[in-house]
Design a protein around this ligand. Sequence first.
Ligand SMILES: [Zn+2]
Length: 315
Amino acid sequence: MNWLIAHRVASIAAANLHHRLGLPEDGFVDVFEALRRSGLMVAGDEMPSLFGAYMPPGRGRHGGILLNSTMSEATIRHTGAHELGHAQMGHERCLADGPDLFSGLPRNKWPDEEKQAEAFAAWFLMPIRAVKTILTRLGLDIPREAADVYQLSLHLGTSFRGAVRHLQHLHMATPDVAAGWRSVQPARLRARVSGQTGQPPARVWDLTSLTDGSDLHVEQGDRLIVRTPRLSDRPTFTGPAAVMMLANPHAVELDEGAEFDIAGNIDLPSPLTVTSPAGQTLWSGTLMPTPEDRRGLLAAAHKPLLVGPRNGARR
Ligand SMILES: [Zn+2]
C-alpha cells in the first residue's frame, strides 16, 4: 500500500471515528476525551523504548492502548491518535510503536498498518474543517510562511512538522513550499515572534483581535502575545492565578498589546480578559485546562492511568 491509498483510507476512518465519538471537527480535537469515549482501556506508563502500543480486543478481554507518559503532551496526543487509528481500522495484531519505526525506517518501507495509523493520526488531529476554521482566526486562507504554520499547529495542538506535512495532503502547500517550511527551526520562529533572541519561551502564541473568543489549549511555559490596538499603556487583565502579565513586553509596544506567561497549571476553563483602564473589554479568550487524565499521563509517569469499562471513567 502506498501513502496515497493509506491517506484515503485513513481520512474516511478518522471522519467516521469523529462522528461515532461525537467529537467536533471544527477546532482542537481532544484526544484524551476520544480515548475516554472509545471504550478501550488506556494506560500511561514509562516505556523507555516505546511511544505507544495497541492491543486488539480478544476473547474475554477489551482492546487496549498503552502510551508513554514521559513524552510531551503533543507527542502523547499524536501517539494516542495513531493507536486509535489501529483500533478504528480493525488491525488485528498487537502493535508496538517505537522510535525505530518512526526514525530508523524510511517512510516508504513502513508496514501498511503503520502507514494507515500514521495517516489516521494526521486526519484525526487536523480535520480540514478545523484547519480552515483556525486559518480564518489567523486571518488567512492558506498559510503564507512557516510562522503561520507554527501558529496553526499551536491552535491544533500538533507538532509544527506534523502540520507542515498534513498541509501538503490538504493541498495547501506544494512539496517545495513544505520543504522550505520544514527547514525553518521552530526555535527561530519562537525567537522572532517573541522578540526574545536569547532564550525564547517554550511556545509563543501570536493573538490578534481575530482570536477574540477562542479556546486556547495552553501549557505551562507558554507566552501569549495579545495584540490589541488602542490599549493605552496601562492595560489591566483578569485571569487565573497561573497567568502573569509582563511589565515590559518584548514583542509589542505598551499601547499595542500585552504579553502573558503561563506560569502554572490551569485547573478549570478560565477566561483571560484584557481591559482598558476604563474597564472596556478589548480581548478575551478561554484558557483550557489540562484535565486530570491528561495530567496523570504527563505528570505521574510511574502511576498508570486506566480509562475504560473495566474500572470506569476517571473524570
Ligand atoms: Zn502503530
